[in-house]
Design a protein around this ligand. Sequence first.
Ligand SMILES: [Zn+2]
Length: 293
Amino acid sequence: MGLLLLFHVVLVAMVASVPCTHAWGKDGHYMVCKVAEQYLTRKASRAVMDLLPEEAEGEFASVCSWADQVRFRYRWASPLHYINTPAGVCNFDYERDCHNSKGQQHMCVVGAINNFTMQLQTYYEDPSSEYNLPESLKFLAHFMGDVHQPMHVGFDNDEGGNTIAVHWYRRKSNLHHVWDVNILETAKRKFYDNDLTSMIDAIRTNITDEWSDEVDEWKTCPEKSMACADGYASESIQLACDYAYKDVDQGSTLEDDYFLSRLPVIEKRIAQAGVRLATLLNRIFSRKVAQYK
Ligand SMILES: [Zn+2]
């Protein structure tokens, strides 16, 4: 028993020390879904509430990091958080890039968004759906966030910036983690008195103010696909090249210049992810009146 307990403690310590390599940090995903909550139609909102687990207590945003919490249990889902393009290639090609390390097609964040969108479209159809729709919703909400994080569509030779060691001010980090966590964390501390709610409010205000002319364009989908995620991945790799990778080398120290010029990019990506997640859910759940609910 004692040995088992020790093993458990060691295991927990190991898991806790593995750096998060998959996602906007918790704050990023929470912000995306908080933005989305505001743009859901009544019908979509009702469906979302219906699919939320009890422990969410009716708050959609509380489940948006779930896909990271289960990444050790759901190993198969691990490649679904990102896309790798060939080294130095600043565009996304579904055929070329959307696969896992074994070459299985569709196993990338865009494939995942398409798949969970398709699953959720069965919501009104069959009460005994073959899919676990509460999980489909949690995955979709998470991956719509990930596909907007520029470093989630990065180069394969540096694992989306994970192997580019940098200093974030005085602390050791890596380029992927800078975009997942460090920039947002520093902004929260410096500009928002460590208050996530006021940071979310600032983004919501920008959507109705500074970016109001662009919002309609964010929602439009020139592609044939329902989820429209190919375009979001293309935007991300372009931003990765223009902002994330730019002027960064192995061992670089990133400070105010980098922070202040990249923060607006991240804030807008969070806004876009939130608005687009809501638009997608509105589309998915607008289809039919519930037949059995
Ligand atoms: Zn993720």
